[in-house]
Design a protein around this ligand. Structure first.
Ligand code: AMP
Ligand code: MG
Length: 310
């Protein structure tokens, strides 16, 4: 027994070491007009959380549509502004995604959004003439893409640090990073547009983005009508596509964010056709009549749904 004692002791030590993983670094902050929650496991978790907070502040400062001093506001006023290669490639990427979605994702609807004023004190239904005029003046708005991009940049940052894994909730845009120690999936709830329990759960492995666009996220009601913040670029009115929400699962956060907005505008049929032509994302659609449709690779559980096949 004496001979085996050191072996037994080190085995027990190893076991207790496994069981006692350090709790994650956690940070809650308000940025980009929303609450963000970071959970990061690993030696440099705290530093990583601080750096992600700074990253989000930096992105917000550059791309805010409401701050008159932001880079984006200067671009919208037609001022000459020096862009870094990274800023240039972000704008090129959103333009590219706009083309890819046939304009359903339109990163230049700021003038129209401003008329509706969804985030302001007194949102209102603009008159047709105002909408038509605003549609003719393209103005940058990163509201449909920036949180996804932030998640992606945060994951890139985490990859350079002593961090095992992380789950970042950037105002409902979820970014996962790394594998769980037991190899199990990250499980992410799909919100019920009417509130209450999750409708179902999306399962992803490793680093991925799970991004939802929904009519319940930002809206106001007037005379019993709900006016939400996802606009049809053809009319300037809230997209009336028969959907309550779209969740996109994609390796690339920026793509996930732009596509969730675009698929919401397209609606179920067009969105499913768009998915069939693509190979870089999966999607869950919740329709106005409360039905759930999910593409075959979406990894949805916990609910009944119709499968969208290739
Ligand atoms: P999301 O919640 O990602 O779907 O983005 C919605 C936000 O993106 C809105 O609050 C607007 O700032 C902006 N937006 C609205 N409609 C569109 C659209 N069709 N394409 C791109 N951005 C949009
Ligand atoms: Mg979006």
């Amino acid at each position: 027994m004496k001979r085996f004692l050191p072996v037994l002791l080190s085995f027990l030590l190893l076991l207790s070491g496994c069981a006692k993983e350090q709790p994650p670094a956690q940070l809650t902050m308000f940025s980009m007009n929303t609450v963000m929650d970071l959970k990061i496991w690993g030696e440099e978790g705290d530093t990583a959380a601080q750096q992600i907070m700074q990253l989000c502040s930096r992105l917000e400062k550059n791309w805010s549509a409401t701050d008159p001093d932001s880079l984006l506001s200067r671009l919208n006023r037609g001022e000459q502004a020096e862009l870094t290669p990274e800023q240039k490639s972000l704008l090129e990427a959103v333009e590219q995604l706009s083309l890819r979605t046939g304009g359903a994702f339109d990163p230049k609807l700021h003038g129209v959004s401003q008329l509706w004023d969804f985030t302001g004190e007194s949102p209102r239904v603009p008159v047709e003439k105002e909408l038509q005029a605003a549609l003719k003046v393209p103005q940058w708005d990163m509201g449909g893409s920036l949180k996804g991009y932030a998640g992606q940049k945060a994951a890139e940052l985490l990859a350079t640090m002593k961090v095992q894994r992380a789950i970042l909730n950037l105002g409902g845009n979820i970014q996962t990073f790394g594998e769980k120690p037991d190899g199990s999936d990250w499980v992410i709830g799909v919100q019920n547009p009417d509130g209450g329990d999750y409708l179902g759960y999306v399962h992803v492995k490793g680093t991925a983005a799970v991004v939802t666009s929904g009519d319940y996220q930002r809206y106001f009601e007037e005379n019993g009508v709900r006016y939400h913040h996802i606009l049809d670029p053809e009319t300037g009115y809230p997209a009336a596509s028969g959907l309550r929400s779209v969740t996109v699962i994609c390796r690339d956060g920026l793509t996930a964010d732009c596509l969730s907005t675009a698929l919401f505008v397209m609606g179920l049929e067009e969105g499913a056709a768009f998915w069939r032509e693509s190979s870089d994302f999966e999607a869950v659609f919740v329709t106005e009549d409360g039905k759930i449709h999910a593409t075959e690779g979406a990894g949805l559980s916990g609910c009944e749904y119709e499968v969208i096949g290739k």
